[in-house]
Design a protein around this ligand. Structure first.
Ligand code: ZN
Length: 294
């Protein structure tokens, strides 16, 4: 288990914290979708956030979706996560190429540009919870900070980072979310704000070899940090041929008939992981029968 999430509290429960290392997860996502460096960074940040926000949920069947729709060349991103640390996702346009931003970093903000972030939590209620916020910097971490403050009324500090090697493999990926819980004292708030202003970026901490535990120790060591849990996390897609077939059936009779008329085996890739599934003409004909049933 190289990728994992640490769950912790501090200041006698006034603060809750999550920190994650997700290098392998982001590398897997990059390989599945063949993403450009800036698309890898954008997707990697959102996957890392999804992993930490996923484990904030309580129920085994709870499902979190983070969806960004934006005007920039990446067009959007979709990530889903469960409470067990399984995450999957994809960028709408994996090929986006942009020059580095003014800080010499991968220009995630430029790739996204203006847009809307939706947080959808399906926690087994009749209707899922949906929180929406406009993108503020389009760098994702700040946008989630803004989301937590405005939609969930939880003051938070979110850091997400992906560092690439020159050969386009993922060097480091990870992040943290620090949240103030109701009743946090002014003293804790002020002290934490100072501390957050002093630390270096998440990618430089990871690149210096710091573990998620050590990063939380740096941040919250003076606040009586208490580590509660260490959970594995990974890029994992639960697709199978049955599900892809159901999705194909949902396109309707006309679409399936057109594929049959082409007379060739078709290949369908899973949107989330790009796994390829093949359907012969005979299988398509069976599907047409299923699609005809009410
Ligand atoms: Zn899949």
């Amino acid at each position: 288990m190289t990728d994992y999430i640490i769950r912790a509290t501090a200041a006698e429960g006034q603060v809750r914290a999550f920190a994650a290392i997700t290098t392998e997860m982001v590398e897997t996502a990059k390989n599945n979708h063949n993403t450009s460096p800036v698309a890898t960074a954008a997707l990697g940040r959102l996957l890392t956030a999804g992993a930490m926000m996923g484990v904030m949920m309580k129920g085994e069947k709870d499902l979190l979706t983070l969806r960004i729709e934006c005007q920039g060349p990446i067009e959007g991103l979709l990530v889903t996560a469960n409470a067990k640390g399984d995450v999957k996702g994809y960028p709408f346009n994996p090929d986006v190429m942009l020059p580095p931003n003014e800080k010499g970093k991968l220009d995630v903000g430029g790739a996204l540009d203006l847009g809307v972030l939706s947080v959808i939590k399906d926690i087994g209620l009749k209707e899922p919870y949906i929180g929406q916020t406009i993108l503020v910097t389009s760098e994702i971490a700040e946008d989630l900070t803004y989301y937590f403050a405005n939609s969930e009324q939880v003051p938070s500090s979110v850091a997400l980072g992906v560092l690439m090697n020159k050969d386009n493999t993922v060097r480091q990926a990870g992040g943290f979310i620090i949240q103030l819980l109701p009743g946090a004292s002014d003293e804790v708030i002020d002290k934490l704000e100072v501390r957050l202003g002093e630390i270096s970026s998440i990618t430089s901490m990871l690149d210096a070899g710091k573990t998620p535990e050590e990063i939380l120790e740096d941040l919250l060591g003076d606040f009586g940090l208490e580590i509660l849990d260490k959970l594995p996390t990974r890029f994992h897609c639960d697709c199978n041929k049955d599900r892809v077939e159901k999705a194909l059936i949902s396109v309707g009779r006309k679409g399936i008939q057109e594929m049959i008329d082409d007379g060739e085996t078709i290949e369908v890739g899973c949107q989330f992981c790009d796994q390829k599934y093949h359907f012969t003409v005979e299988e398509l004909e069976e599907m047409l029968v299923k699609a005809s049933r009410p």
